[in-house]
Structures are given as C-alpha cells and as structure tokens.
Write a protein that binds this ligand. Structure first.
Ligand code: ATP
Ligand code: MG
Length: 689
C-alpha cells in the first residue's frame, strides 16, 4: 500500500501559512519577522516551517534553531518531527528529525567557540563560569586590586557583575549604562573600569569564559571579515523564537552571520518582553525590518488559538493600559462563560490551601495535573504551597527555582571535573584543593600558583608539598588527578573515578551525606548521557537541571504532576488551568523593581505573560497578608497587601470576584504599634529585677 498522507498545513490560517511557505523554493530566502500576540501560534508556525524546509530539501544539519531554553528546543524538534511524519506519510517509518543545531544562544555559542577556539586565540579546554562563579571571580579580583579595602562603599560583587554584563550585552559605554540603569554607582566609573579590566585579564589567564563571553566572542567572531562569512555559511536557515527577549549582542550575531538576512526568520511579541532587566530590548523586534542589507518581510498573526474569550479579554485589558503601544488585536472563537477568577484570601497559608483545593477539583473534573500550573513572581513564593502539596500528596515539579547546581556537593564534583579539564581555572582549583583535609586557602593558593606556572599540571600537583597531616589524602588526590588527565580516558569513566574519590569526603563533611550521595548519583546519570566531558560540563553549566525539593531532573514520564514555575520560566508554555499566586502590589509589580516607569511596565508585561498561559481556567489569587522574604540583613516581615495596581477598578468587569475565608482561618491580628511592642519587650526584659 502507498503510504497515506494528510496535510498538516490544512489547519494553518492564511498568515501562518504565508510564514511557513515564505520563499520556499526561491533561490534566496529573504529575512522574515513574525510579530504577534500570545497564543497566536508563533512557535507552532516555526515548527511547521522547520518541517516544510526539510520537506523541500533543506538539510537539518544546516538549520540553526535558537530558542529560549533547552526544553523549548527539544519540544520544537518534536513538534517539527510530528509535522514531517504527517507530511511524509503515516505508512513510512520515519526516524524523528534531529536538529543538531537547536538550543539556546549560549549553548550554541559554546559549541561554536569550542570548534573555532584555535582560530580566535582561545584554548579549547576553556571552562564556563556560571553566574555564581562569575560573581565569585569578580569578588576575588575586586579584593585583589584592593577595592574592598580602600573603598568601603564600593558596589558589591553581584552589582559589579550586573553592570559589567549590562555593558557587554547592550553594547553601550559604561558611563551610559551607569547613568541609565545604575545611577547610584556613577561615582565609581573610574574604579569600575579598572576592575573590569582586571576581571577580563583574570578570565583570560585562567582560560575561563562567563555567560556573556559566549555571546561576546561569538559576535566578535562573526564580525570578522573572514570568519563571519565562514560561520554564516554553516547554516542555510537561522530561526529564532521569543525574539523580544534577545539583546543587542544577539542581534549583532544574526547580522554578523547573515548580513543580508538570508534565511533568517524570527518570531516574537513585544508585549511579552520580560528580560529587559538582563539587557534584552524590544528594539530588536522594531529594528529587525531594517537590520539587514535586504528589507525583511513582516507578517502579523491576529487569531489566538490558546485561550477562551474571557481570558483573552482580561489579558488584553491589562496590557492595553500600558503606556507603550502594543497595537495588536487578538481574537478567538473559543467562547466560554467562565471569567477569570480574582480571589481574595486572608494569607499565604490559606492561599496554598485554596489552590490545592482547586487543583483537586479540576482533576475531578478531568483536567490532568500536568495540564495545571501554578505561577509566581519569585521562586521563593511557592514555599507555603509546596508544603501544602506535599502534605496532601499531590505530586509537583518546580521550574525556575533553586538550581541543582547550587548545592555544595554538586559544585564539588563539578569543580574536580573542571579542574581536570582546565588546570588554570582558579575557582575550581581552589574549591578542589580545599576538599582535602588540612588544606586551607593559603595552601590552595600556593598550589594554584605552582600549577599556573608549570608546563605539566599533573607533575606540578604531584610535586607539591602539602601540610604534613594531609599527606595521605593528598596522594589519593594526586592519583585521581593523574588518571583524570590521562589522555584516552573514556567518558563517563571520569565521573565514576571522581565519585569513588569524593564519597568518603562527603561522609566526612556532611551529616546528610546519604541524601547528597543520591544527588551525586543523579549527576553521574546525567553525565552518562553525554559523549564528552566538555559537552557535559557545558550543558550542565548553561542549562542546569532544576531540582524540586528532594529530587532532580524530570519525574517519570507517566507520572501526573502539577507544574510550579516562576513566570519567567513559563514563557511560551500553556496549560488548561493556571493559578497565579500573590497578585498583589509589592509582588507584581515587585518591591524590588518599582523604581522607574520602565521597570513597572516590564512587571505589567510579566502579569500579561502569566495570564496568557491559561487555556480555560485562570485564577488570580490575592492574599491579604503577604510574607516578604527580604535580604538577610533586613529580616522577613509580613505586610498587608492590596490587589496589583495593574488590575484597575475599571477592569474588574472582566473578572469573577470571589472572597474566601475558611472556618479554620486564624483571625488576622492587627499589628501593635511600635510603642506598645517596645513596652512589652521592655517589661519582659526587666521582669527578673
Ligand atoms: P506565546 O506567545 O505564548 O509563545 P505562540 O504565539 O508561540 O504563543 P503557540 O504556542 O505556537 O503560540 O500556539 C498556541 C496554541 O495554539 C497551541 O496549542 C497551538 O497548538 C495552537 N495553534 C496554533 N496555531 C493553530 C492553528 N492554526 N490551528 C489550531 N491550533 C493552533
Ligand atoms: Mg511561543
């Protein structure tokens, strides 16, 4: 029998189809911008485009697909495979399309830099610093050049790194960045210049790259008249999702690779730009049509396929009040009588209970847990809910929270692998050396100096004389290091060696060694999925697995679980039911970012992103009392909260308002005036007299 085909493009609307068919079969594919609102099928169109390109003869190896996360890249590959399968016919057994060049800008940058390292004066054994490492190195350099001693009020290492990063990503000079974004640091301009110079030198000496370098070196590489065309020629098509959240450097990368914009297609929504705080700019979308030597075609999509009309109405109202113009008219034919809910709740504990009740009700009504999500502004906001979910045995997975990578024991194991790959990386070396009992910072520094100057790092480690009491442990480490540096050792044998060496140290250092050992096992499992040590280290640094309470990595596939996610990490996704926690002023907009008008507008877009994730049920929860977890020195506190300013009284008609007071709710207590509290404390203190 001939295979039966059906037309997967039949369901596309005219504009989507125009984007999918854009310049198919033409000798030259002009640049294309699809700008459209949430849920209008941008990502879906991109997936169909990939399938269509492959069907018309494009080589999947020569398609570069840039997405916001590794997860998104994987999903896009799957969707494209599905479409292609239908195109080619059901009867045929078609292996899924693999798109070897699908990933985030940073991950792809790391790969290209590894390939081209020799050509641009990088040593290809470079290791990558994550944000935490980068901060630590900035702090170290700051200390070394004496700033922490002479300038007591000098910005902290995290702020210094943010400023540096902003300068690199926005391609603006330091003084402008200080003026516009960090005005309180303006007085330090000269010192910051010195610091950044030393920071860059330190990275180079140690053969490490930070996140920004992955983009920066890529951009510089493609700006080169010889390398640019060479790298551009690796790809016939360059497709980018979520273009509104790219920065200047990323736009420069596209232009460098494809000066005429040939084969470049980007999709995005200016109303969903939520990464300006990291230097992203919607200007990239606005400027796209004239960014290349050839003008770009622009397609807009107006039909929303995701949400019901009432959800769309409420979301549109929120975004329409923006001072910016997001001129878009979205419509849907998904009528519904259910308005989004706006629920007033006494406090966060009640919020957790209420949300759990709703989740279970939805499940009773046939909505699987995986079709339900709870979204929040900051990762810490789900704490009460997580407890309640556990108490009720409702399985959940949390995205965007504390990273697996941040655990000390995971950092230890990775540091050993990094130190083996790149002996000049001082942060890793420093950490590893101090795992050995009896070795402190001073000894570690001596060791790293010796290794840094030696031609053969293994010999330097072996020749090093540790404190007498460390002798035995030192020898064990030397043996490990020699084996790890032996050429031809097959990955992932390395990680087994490291594990065997590390576990006794783990037991010595931690009471909960068993729990931590399980994490190390997880890491070893992840490592096994990679072909080389470099690719494993790069991926785990760039896109670390996200831990949920006690387990890392995704749960079993057939398990049913609720998704907990920060709004930022929920980008591009959709669920039948969505709860948004803490829809109060101080949270959305966040207390931390109520500075400028621009900051506030970004928070409004964030709420818009959250609301537009919902397909059928949307619940915005407004706890009356809200617990703010502040920075350590200020202490935590409860505040009385009000509904977010983004939902004005005029907009209430789009919501079903509800209030909820459960029987077992403790009465909300009035805070006592400070004078009364002082009196009580004073009396208690003097009671013994
Ligand atoms: P976001 O801005 O949130 O990233 P998006 O524009 O990328 O949204 P998609 O995620 O691609 O939108 O699509 C939203 C939903 O609409 C998906 O469930 C998708 O399958 C569906 N959809 C898109 N186009 C069509 C269509 N032509 N017919 C039916 N369903 C569609
Ligand atoms: Mg999308």
């Amino acid at each position: 029998d001939p295979p039966t085909t059906d037309d997967p493009f039949a369901s596309l609307n005219a504009e989507q189809r125009a984007a999918v068919e854009h310049d198919i079969g033409a000798a030259l594919v002009r640049p294309l911008l699809v700008v459209a609102g949430a849920g209008s099928g941008k990502t879906n169109t991109l997936a169909h485009r990939v399938a269509r390109l492959i069907q018309s003869g494009a080589d999947p190896q020569r398609i570069l697909l840039l997405t916001f996360s590794r997860r998104a890249a994987g999903e896009m590959g799957k969707r494209a495979s599905g479409v292609l399968q239908r195109l080619l016919g059901k009867g045929r057994t078609q292996s899924p399309v693999t798109l070897p060049w699908a990933g985030t800008f940073h991950a792809i940058g790391a790969r290209l830099l590894r390939d081209y390292a020799g050509r641009i004066g990088l040593v290809d054994s470079f290791t990558i610093h994550d944000r935490g490492d980068a901060e630590d190195l900035m702090g170290l350099v700051r200390h070394e050049i004496g700033l922490s001693r002479t300038e007591k009020r000098f910005p902290l290492k995290g702020t210094c790194l943010s400023i540096y990063s902003r300068v690199v990503n926005s391609r603006e000079p330091l003084d402008k960045v200080l003026q516009s974004t960090f005005p309180w640091c303006s007085e330090w301009e000269g010192r910051l210049k010195t610091l950044f110079g030393a920071y860059v030198d330190a990275k180079q000496e140690q053969n490490v790259l930070d996140y920004d370098d992955l983009l920066l070196f890529w951009a510089e590489m493609v700006a080169d008249p010889e390398l640019g065309p060479e790298i551009g020629a690796l790809f016939d098509h360059v497709l980018v999702d979520e273009y509104q959240d790219t920065n200047r450097l990323q736009a420069a990368i596209l232009a460098g690779m494809k000066p005429g914009g040939e084969g470049v297609m980007v999709v995005g929504d200016d109303a969903q730009s939520i990464y300006a705080f990291r230097g992203a700019t919607v200007r990239n979308i606005l400027d796209f049509p004239k960014q290349f030597s050839r003008p770009a075609e622009v397609i807009t999509l107006e039909r929303n396929y995701r949400s019901t009309q009432p959800i769309l109405d409420a979301s549109n109202a929120v975004i329409a009040a923006s001072v910016e113009r997001h001129a878009k008219t979205l419509w849907t034919d998904r009528a519904s009588s259910l308005k989004p809910q706006l629920v007033l709740i006494p406090d966060e504990a009640e919020q957790a209970r209420w949300v759990c009740n709703r989740i279970l009700e939805h499940r009773e009504a046939g909505i699987a847990l995986t079709q339900q999500a709870v979204l929040f502004r900051a990762a810490s906001h789900s704490a009460a809910l997580e407890l309640e979910l556990m108490r009720r045995n409702i399985p959940f997975v949390k995205f965007g929270g504390l990273k697996f990578l941040e655990a000390a024991h995971i950092k230890d194991v990775l540091a050993v692998l990094r130190f083996a790959q790149n002996p000049n990386g001082r942060l890793a070396g420093f950490r590893v050396a101090q795992l050995i009992p009896g070795v402190g910072p001073a000894t570690a520094t001596r060791l790293l100096d010796a290794v840094g100057e030696a031609a053969d790092p293994v010999a330097a480690v072996e020749a090093f004389v540790p404190p007498a009491r460390s002798k035995q442990d030192w020898e064990a480490f030397c043996a490990l290091y020699r084996r790890l540096r032996t050429p031809g050792l097959r990955w992932p044998a390395d990680i087994e060696l490291v594990k065997a060496w590390y576990l006794p140290h783990l037991e010595r250092m931690h009471d909960d060694a068993q729990v931590r050992a399980a994490d190390v096992e997880q890491l070893a499992l992840l490592a096994g999925g990679h072909a080389t040590r470099e690719s494993f280290l790069a991926e785990i640094t760039l896109d670390p697995p996200e831990a949920t309470s006690d387990r890392a990595g995704p749960p079993l596939l057939d398990e049913d679980y609720v998704i907990l996610s920060t709004i930022h990490s929920a980008k591009g996704q959709e669920w039948k039911s969505v709860h948004v926690l803490n829809v109060v002023d101080g949270c959305i907009p966040s207390d931390m970012s109520t500075g400028t008008q621009d900051d506030i507008e970004e928070e409004r877009r964030l709420l818009y992103v959250a609301m537009t994730r919902a397909r059928e049920h949307l619940h915005l929860v407004v706890p009356n009392r809200f617990f703010i977890r502040q920075q350590a020195q200020m202490g935590d506190r409860h505040v009385y909260a009000a509904r977010t300013r983004f939902i004005t009284p005029a907009m209430l008609k789009h919501f079903e308002e509800a209030a909820w007071l459960s029987a077992d709710t403790p009465q909300v207590r009035k805070p006592m005036p400070e004078t009364v509290r002082m009196l009580v404390r004073e009396r208690a203190r003097n009671a013994w007299k």
